[in-house]
Design a binder for this molecule. Structure first.
Ligand code: ARG
Length: 271
């Protein structure tokens, strides 16, 4: 399978990007947060320590050449840190479903930045920042297959999902009869569909679009599902000042062009 350079992908996908992401970090209309943005704690002085599951391109992945994490969320973390007068420190990848518990337990990382959808369930465990990306779900199958959402909802069909994600929840609710396979990364899910192990993947639309363009040209999206999800940054409930400071930095990034530049870098145009 051929790999496009990121630049080629950006050109190829610029047309598809409209409507995919929207800068929506400002909290206009919402009640002002009670916390003082200048008062927060950090696990390491002067550093914003970040965790993610680093197998979710273009939001986060490991650059094999440099051994460093890269992606939309990595650039967001750098810009956030800059706006807050901090350095950024990325910890090694961990399973997606361990991120919220890690932030909740405290002591290891300050934030999880992981293309993480803001949900009521997660908000019971951690605080979520204002939204910074709009997203939806998608169903991905082998190109040319005759599967539909209807034919996939059958016990003989295996749907691969990343454990603990909103895609996994969507599949549970909407493909109740299908067999679900929970994997630790969406890359494993897509590779498994490619090799015929699984019949479909349910995954965030921006990620399935990017992955099909970059690495899985033999897969296709058969359904785009308008779930109206929004990504936010997870912060401990014990650290409301940090959430407030992050929201203030996100708002600045929206107005000073930083967010547009990051969107242009990873999705081809400022949206
Ligand atoms: N947006 C989805 C969710 O919040 C999937 C996120 C997966 N992110 C990752 N870094 N693997 O459940």
């Amino acid at each position: 399978m051929s790999m496009l350079s990121r630049r080629q992908f950006v050109q190829a996908s610029a047309f598809a990007a409209a409507g995919l992401l929207a800068g929506c970090g400002s909290s206009g209309g919402d009640a002002a947060p009670a916390a003082d943005a200048s008062e927060y704690t950090l696990v390491n002085e002067g550093k914003l320590t970040c965790i993610s599951n680093l197998f979710f391109p273009p939001f986060e992945s490991m650059n094999e050449a440099t051994g460093e994490p890269e992606g939309f969320d990595i650039d967001v973390s750098k810009s956030l840190a800059e706006h807050m007068g901090l350095e950024v420190n990325w910890l090694p990848s961990q399973d997606f479903d361990t991120l919220v518990p890690t932030i909740k337990n405290g002591g290891k990382a300050d934030v999880a930045i992981a293309g993480m959808t803001i949900t009521d369930k997660r908000k019971e465990e951690v605080d979520m920042s204002d939204p910074y990306v709009d997203s939806n779900q998608s169903i991905v199958v082998k190109a040319g297959s005759s599967e539909t959402a209807e034919t996939l909802d059958d016990a003989s069909k295996t749907i691969a999902v990343q454990g603990g994600t909103t895609g996994a929840d969507w599949a549970d609710e909407n493909l109740p009869n299908a067999t679900k396979k929970r994997l630790s990364t969406i890359i494993d899910a897509m590779s498994g569909v490619q090799s015929g192990l699984y019949d479909a993947v349910v995954c965030d639309l921006p990620v399935s679009r990017y992955q099909i363009k970059m690495s899985y040209s033999d897969l296709e999206i058969i359904e785009e599902i308008p779930t109206g999800e929004q990504y936010g940054i997870a912060v401990s409930k014990d650290n409301p000042g940090l959430t407030a400071a992050i929201n203030a930095a996100l708002a600045e990034m929206e107005t000073d062009g930083s967010m547009d530049a990051i969107e242009a870098e990873w999705f081809g145009s400022a949206l």
